[in-house]
Design a protein around this ligand. Sequence first.
Ligand code: FMN
Length: 387
Amino acid sequence: MLRILSYTSGVPMKFEALFRPLQVGPYKLAHRVAMAPLTRMRAERDSFSPRPLNAEYYGQRATKGGLIIAEASPVLSQGRGNPATPGIYSDAQVSGWRKVVDAVHAKGGIIFLQLWHVGRVSHSSYHGGAMPVSASAIPIRAEGMKAMTADGKLADYETPRALETDEVKGIVEAFRQGAKNALAAGFDGVEIHGANGYLLEQFLQSRSNQRTDQYGGSIENRTRLLLEVTQAAIDVWGANRVGLRLSPHGIANDSAEPDPMPLYTHVVKALDKLGLAYLHLIEPRSSGAGRADVHWENVPSAMVLFRPHYSGVLMTAGGFTGETANAAIAEGHADIIAFGRIFISNPDLPRRLERDYPITPYNRATFYGGEEKGYTDYPVYDELTPA
Ligand SMILES: Cc1cc2nc3c(=O)[nH]c(=O)nc-3n(C[C@H](O)[C@H](O)[C@H](O)COP(=O)(O)O)c2cc1C
């Protein structure tokens, strides 16, 4: 069999498909190793603004022509559910984000912001005692799942308040404003967070949405909010700078559509008409938002299932290594692979994959909250191998 190798600096490149350039909306990606959105809970604790430390972290992970999706950021205070997550609804937050964006742009990187509303994955301590909101008044009841209170303690999930029909328009407007704020902060685009059991997925899925208005019932109705939010972001950015994330077979935060294919085939086909920058899937094997290692036998592959229904740029994430990511692209199942946990522990991940350098393992204990440790102190490979 003829084996084609490409070369950089005379080094044979093992993961050639990962380093093929790709046009995404107006941006020319130099490679397909994207940084997945990763909540790290290290923003300023009172204003929820990104700090210089956050700019350093993202700057470390930027590469020329490389795509970073910045961590999920609530578009309004009601959309919060974790302490110290950065928001995108105040002037201070926009200023903080601008420094992050500048650090990424200084290295020629491309950065999108993930726009978020957690819905019922929250606690009344964030909302002055008011209940979190959701599609319906159905609480998270999965075994062992706890809410994190505003002061970082664990508590039982409360029963959320179902949003009134006229309040749902307010959610769309909050996403529109979040999209505008991201534009003001200098981002290159936005990604709508429609995955992992958060508000937009609570509307999509039948177990969490038992509404009887135009946002509940049929698949078309349950998809309505997602599409209205996406359209609001498109109004601000143009479709080719808006991405969207889905987790069709996910189980995070007590989600799980009993029969996901009819719902998600409908959603993906509807999104396909919009000309988005990309559609971003999460592979079912990594459900639980990467918080646990799931090794499922015969698990379906989101990219394989939905590629036939989506003609635009398809990104996927979940448990990829250099080998499996390269194969996914080489075999045509996906166009971009987003890496989460190993991008945390390898700030120079694209270069390591390009050169086939060893991968530093991640430390789960430092994923959420804290300061430099497990955040900005992971070395680049050259620091590990003195000349
Ligand atoms: C610490 C951590 C934080 C995460 N935060 C987010 C987030 O803000 N938004 C999101 O869509 N997914 C989030 N995820 C899921 C990741 O984006 C990714 O889909 C998951 O980690 C699987 O990819 P991996 O196996 O390469 O880590 C998070 C995962 C981890 C481990």
